[in-house]
Design a protein around this ligand. Sequence first.
Ligand SMILES: *Cc1c(COP(=O)(O)O)cnc(C)c1O
Length: 426
Amino acid sequence: MHHFNERDGVLYAEDVPLSAIAEAVGTPCYVYSAATFARHVRVFTEALESAGVPHLVCYAMKANSNQAVLSLVGALGAGVDVVSGGELKRALAAGIPANRVVFSGVGKTDRELADALDAGIYCFNVESESELAALSAIAAEKGLTAPVSLRVNPDVTPNTHAKISTGQKETKFGIPVSRAREIYAQAAALPGIMVSGVDMHIGSQITSLSPFDHAFTVMGDLLDALRADGHAITHVDLGGGLGVPYEDARADPPRPEDYAALVARHSNRFGCTVVVEPGRVIAANAGVLLTRVVHRKEAEEKTFIVVDAAMNDLIRPTLYDAHHEIRAVVPRGGTELVDVVGPVCETGDYLAQGRTMPRTERGDLLAIMSAGAYGAVQSSTYNTRTLAAEVMVSGDRFDVVRRPMPPEDQIALDHVPDWIGEAARR
Ligand SMILES: *Cc1c(COP(=O)(O)O)cnc(C)c1O
């Protein structure tokens, strides 16, 4: 479900024609629909509410951490899952209360742990014994108590792309479920640590409920065992990972309502607050990457549509073999078989390969759909390209929510030491 629809032969974001945004802001740029973001957050909160499950929806902000997005999500009552000190700063700056923040990730530094302790976050999702020891030392020194969940690895196969699969024992994430009781006992004995929950996250773009069902059962079993061991567990964090339909016809992931119903079913047994960390399912279909056709290039075997967006703007096609539907902003009628590529000097710089899509000419606008998650956040300035602007639409209004970063700004970040001429002569 999203708010990018065609009206009178033009693709709109809510009530704004994408062509008007391209005109005002330039291309490439990301365009987000506030109504779509809001709807997705509400689907989760309302489904858990109506199922009577005490819950905290912590939007996994690594999917899209723009301050306008965070402010919107926060205003809807959601919290966030952060994976770095930088994300924590963004969340707090957007007005998200610290007691709605969970902190995940395998490599939290002492500085990041200390800052999160000072902020007073809801829970640390601890991923190793080493992190546990460091957190204990820092908390004890500060005279503070760190609420802790251990991220357990339930060892289930999520049937998704290898680069976004995190819940198997071969990955770097979490502690093996077989060692959980032992490490929980250690945690409970450490100064500055308060065991408060259990945590899991098995991967991303998961398109069936069965891996979740399996993992939630493992968590339920663990919860029983931990309670029998005397731990007061007050919440269970089920992570994120629900997939979205990138290809209209093909992949058909479960609806958030169905996911919530599954959570509700397990929650009777959990008997505590349920935290969920949806990222992609909140953000993906709430954004498009708007780009213009720079050239058509008829090669011997193929037709290439060269656009002004590239892998530095959206790396998902080349990093994850991801499929993004591509629509013409003002369709001319007819289709053709093409590769859509950017100007970056890499063979991996493509947005679609062997795609049958609307026929386009030089100067036409295209919308790369479902680019709201893991799009702008993974963008770079490779090839000294301007970091793309981000725009948010609400009804008939739109605003630039991240200004572009042109080469001048990038050059200004560099520093040339005054000995560089000498270095050339050595
Ligand atoms: C990335 C991540 C999420 C969100 O995953 P989605 O697939 O975007 O829902 C949730 N929790 C953790 C710990 C993550 O690393």
